[in-house]
Design a protein around this ligand. Sequence first.
Ligand SMILES: [Zn+2]
Length: 113
Amino acid sequence: MSNLNNIAFIITDNQNNQHVFYAKNEHRAGHAAMLKLKLDERQITIKRGFMFDAYEGKPIPPKLALSNGFNLECIYCEKPISQANTYRIDENDIYCSVNCQVDMAEIIGRFNL
Ligand SMILES: [Zn+2]
């Protein structure tokens, strides 16, 4: 895991969705983002994401992503979640409602509210 001293960049795509990429520098982050998102340089913007530096190789806590303006979706029903909505967080999974959290828990066979 020698590449874990990259720094975080926030890439905003042409749908105004934000993504976090880890790289040594902005150029590499942009290159990786264009490949992964299949976009060109006119369709993305890049800025440093200092607040995400500590999360390379780990899930980014949903609350941290939400508070930085990321668009998140319920991992069960894919409904958009914003800071203004009520939502539930179970470890690093985010749900729009208790119902979705319960339904997902039944599917994956664990339930620890
Ligand atoms: Zn949901």
